[in-house]
Ligand binder design. Structure first.
Ligand code: 1HN
Length: 355
């Protein structure tokens, strides 16, 4: 919605004098603010992105077909980008985030590189592939939430015998907003496996830290948050009855050394929706990407109802009311730019319709 003033100005036919002034302004790389004020400073968010859902069963065959046509090495990363229909051609799932579905077939590797963009993985299907980050490998299992922080060398490999597919989420549009993107290849396809498996989990995920530890990065030193533990946590809290009217049982993933988000730009969450839940509407300024880990349900997002099942991915735009319903006990993973907005003092939420 535009302000009354801006609307009045922009809908008034331009006088010849104004038109002539605007032409001269244009030649000096200047422009009249009063013509655009309502558009560039809306009274509340006006996202270009729309609520949308990708059915896993529809996208998976296309990804496997890409798997027949090109190798992961050839592609560098074999990914189908999930493009929000409101921003086609821009490799964005929300205004600030990129997402895609990545496939790695048995015997393949995806070569090592690093970039300014921070990435997360949410494993959709298959076991036996690994991601390596800064010399340490972690085996991927469905439902695991995995980090690749900014400027860390990472590569993937699948020594197993089934295809492995995961959802990638990156802060690509945020880094590019700042024109702060760097990228380089590792010398060699696969970085040396210099750290024993499980090392970062032992060091940082047991409610202890090495006594002389100082952070090397602003991101979490844990890079795999296994589904087995997240799922058990949700189940225990559900049994204990801590159920939020909007979110069911919702947890945020943390950097255990700070209590903050796992990475500065991307926050991630996991929630259990009890069977039969009809959640109250909730909205926040962080447009959110959801992936169903388990169960079936529906989410009313603005004026649309998206019906989801396991591994479907869907999007709720900024400041658009979201209300979840679950037919079975369901688990939703989600991620957004919430920590970036919070760091900048921008984030707002509202759940005004509690019953
Ligand atoms: C990337 O490095 C990966 O490492 C996946 O798996 C998707 C999309 C844009 C930029 C870098 C990966 C990516 C990406």
């Amino acid at each position: 919605m535009e302000s009354a003033t801006a609307t009045a100005v922009s809908t008034t036919a331009l006088s010849p004098e104004r038109r002539e002034l605007y032409a001269r302004l244009d030649t000096k790389n200047t422009a009249p603010l009063w013509e655009v004020l309502g558009k560039i400073i809306p009274p509340e968010p006006t996202p270009d992105i729309v609520p949308v859902l990708w059915r896993y069963d529809e996208v998976r065959p296309l990804l496997l077909e890409a798997g027949r046509l090109l190798t992961a090495r050839e592609a560098e990363r074999r990914v189908l980008v999930l493009e929000n229909p409101g921003l086609r051609g821009q490799s964005r799932i929300t205004t600030s985030l990129y997402a895609g579905l990545q496939l790695i077939l048995p015997g393949e590797i995806a070569p090592a590189h690093r970039h300014s963009m921070a990435a997360l993985r949410f494993v959709m299907e298959g076991t036996g592939a690994y991601t390596a980050v800064e010399g340490e490998r972690t085996v991927m299992h469905p439902g695991d939430f995995i980090l690749t922080p900014s400027w860390t060398y990472h590569d993937h490999g699948n020594p197993g015998d089934v295809p492995v597919i995961w959802l990638d989420g990156l802060d690509v549009p945020i880094v590019n907003l700042f024109d702060a993107s760097f990228r380089e290849s590792y010398p060699g396809d696969i970085q040396p496996n210099t750290v024993p498996d499980g090392d970062s989990h032992a060091r940082y995920a047991a409610n202890m830290l090495p006594v002389d530890w100082t952070p090397a990065r602003p991101s979490s030193p844990i890079f795999n948050y296994p589904y087995s533990r997240s799922r058990e946590t949700l189940e225990t809290l559900y049994r204990h009855g801590s159920i939020h009217q909007c979110h069911g049982v919702k947890m945020r993933f943390i950097n255990p050394t700070t209590g903050g988000a796992p990475m500065p730009t991307i926050g991630a969450f996991m929630q259990l929706l009890p069977k039969g839940l009809s959640g109250a509407p909730y909205r926040a300024t962080d447009s959110t990407v959801f992936a169903a880990a388990e169960g079936r349900g529906r989410s009313r997002i603005g004026d649309q109802t998206l019906t989801w099942g396991p591994r479907d991915v869907f999007v709720a735009p900024s400041w658009t009311a979201v209300a979840h319903e679950a037919d079975d006990e369901a688990v939703l993973f989600s991620f957004s730019d919430r920590p970036a907005q919070q760091a900048l003092g921008l984030w707002r939420e509202e759940a005004p319709y509690f019953r």
